[in-house]
Design a binder for this molecule. Structure first.
Ligand code: NAD
Length: 468
């Protein structure tokens, strides 16, 4: 079968860019991206898109109103489509981190029920959300129990591997596209229909076809392995700080081994983002469900290490600032979980700033892309007495790095935005405007520490012994 109309349920960080790129690369296919969130859809239909991604505007503005549409009319888009992507959020259930935490599949379930209730013709339904292994089975049960007569649904798994900040490049030129299907005649036909969409621009040798369960598990496994590399180098960064080894040199030396490779070996204050922790906890949950406690403990340690890395950094900052940050002014550079995105989900900055506020520091924060309202939403803990007042008392959001650093006792680099590099910012000007001694803490290894030390800064870097 040839797909002519696509619906994507969920206009978020994945559904929006992914389906906009399909519309861009396949002008003959009509793509409608729907969401229940009216404000988000209004933004997709405006000049001010709801998410920041380099290159996204070019793609959206080229096709919007031609073969790319954004709408809140979920039912109509479902009914019109031959193929429906389910790209809704799958957050971690709030059951704590000690036990593995299941993904909350409420949004997947309600989107699936909607498809079953509304569809008047057969559809291919594609899991784009990251889901636990065997979710397709639950979707099938829901679809078959609620649909009209003589309608069939073929379910595919097509997890998304894009990284925020490079989403458009990743979608234009993916390492691989993974499509899992039931190994039946109908399942394989549906799989072929999706392969045909991607091969409009992705070379066929990069399209991997598997069974449904391998595809679902591969997404969790890939994120777990990526996060594991970060936790591994971060664990080594602690040993570097204690011994005088340099984490950049260790990463380079290890990465030159072609079996290890150089990518994803950058030490930092810890990984963030909506996916790594959630997907590992999901894997831990799966392992527990299948009575594999050692497997669960193995993967859980990756998340524990990440939390420890943030704690270590906060501890290092406080102990360096003579064991107290009460009333000290700390300039925090960056709030997004990584550069080139406005996304703050699970950002290390949230943990750090909460800790600084708890220690009564005055935090002056600057991030080039994150909305101010989002920052308050992330820092104020609902239901905690005094949380709003404390955040408002201790936090000032600034409109430039220079403003944040003015009169500061310490600068803490949390996000690796290019504009914070010493090739972009005038650190001499910053040094001159700060209280002395002027401290700088590089949580992203983006600064030239010897150069800053020559200016007079006391510099502390993740994974490096303090030579100041
Ligand atoms: P998101 O929260 O940005 O977007 C999800 C959207 O779905 C929201 O706008 C929400 O309003 C909408 N939605 C929820 N239920 C709906 C329903 N029943 N009908 C219509 N709309 C509905 O989430 P995201 O970051 O795009 O992630 C989506 C999925 O993709 C998740 O499973 C995530 O794990 C996975 N993923 C995310 C990334 C990433 O980098 N963000 C990368 C790969 C995979």
């Amino acid at each position: 079968m040839t797909v002519k109309k696509i619906c994507c349920i969920g206009a978020g960080y994945v559904g929006g860019p992914t389906c906009a790129v399909i519309a861009y690369k396949c002008p003959g296919i009509q793509v409608t991206i729907v969401d229940l969130n009216q404000a988000r859809i209004d933004a997709w239909n405006s000049d001010n898109l709801p998410i920041y991604e380099p290159g996204l505007e070019d793609v959206v503005f080229a096709r919007r109103g031609k073969n790319l549409f954004f709408s809140t009319d979920v039912d109509k888009a479902i009914n019109d489509a031959d193929l429906i992507f389910v790209s809704v959020n799958t957050p971690t259930k709030k059951t704590g981190m000690g036990a593995g935490s299941a993904a909350d599949l409420a949004y997947v379930e309600s989107a699936t029920r909607r498809i079953a209730e509304v569809a008047t013709s057969s559809k291919i339904v594609v899991e784009k959300s990251t889901v636990p292994c065997r979710t397709a089975q639950s979707m099938r049960t829901i679809l078959e129990a609620n649909c009209r007569e003589n309608i069939r649904f073929d379910i595919l798994s097509n997890p998304e591997f894009l990284a925020e900040g490079t989403a458009i490049t990743d979608l234009f030129n993916p390492d691989r596209v993974l499509i899992g299907a039931l190994q039946t005649e109908e399942g394989l036909k549906a799989q072929q229909a999706l392969v045909e969409i991607y091969t409009h621009w992705v070379p066929i040798e990069r399209v991997i076809t598997t069974n449904l369960w391998s595809s679902e598990l591969s997404k969790l496994a890939a994120n777990a392995m990526l996060a594991q590399r970060i936790s591994s180098i971060n664990a080594l960064s602690a040993i570097c700080e204690a011994t005088g080894a340099d984490v950049d040199e260790v990463a380079y030396a290890c990465g030159r081994d072609s079996r290890i490779g150089p990518k994803f070996l950058k030490a930092s204050v810890g990984f963030g983002g909506s996916c790594f922790q959630k997907d590992i906890l999901n894997l831990v949950y799966l392992a527990e469900q299948f009575h594999l406690p050692e497997v669960a403990a193995y993967w859980r340690q990756v998340v524990i290490m990440n939390e420890y890395q943030k704690e270590r950094f906060v501890h290092r900052i406080i102990s360096t600032l003579f064991n107290t940050i009460t009333n000290k002014k700390i300039a925090v550079l960056g709030f997004a979980f990584k550069k080139d995105t406005g996304d703050t989900r699970e950002s290390a900055a949230i943990t750090l700033i909460k800790d600084f506020i708890q220690e009564h520091a005055r935090v002056h924060l600057y991030d080039p892309k994150v909305e101010h309202a989002q920052i308050y939403m992330d820092l104020i803990e609902p239901g905690v007495a005094d949380s709003k007042a404390q955040v408002e008392k201790h936090l000032t959001i600034c409109s430039s790095a220079y403003e944040a650093c003015q009169d500061a006792d310490a600068v803490v680099v949390v996000t690796e935005w290019d504009e914070f590099k010493d090739t972009h910012l005038d650190y001499q000007k910053i040094y001159d405007s700060m209280h002395k001694p002027a401290f700088i803490f590089d949580g992203r290894l983006i600064l030239d520490a010897p150069k800053l030390r020559k200016m007079g800064f006391k510099v502390e870097v993740i994974g490096k012994h303090n030579l100041a």
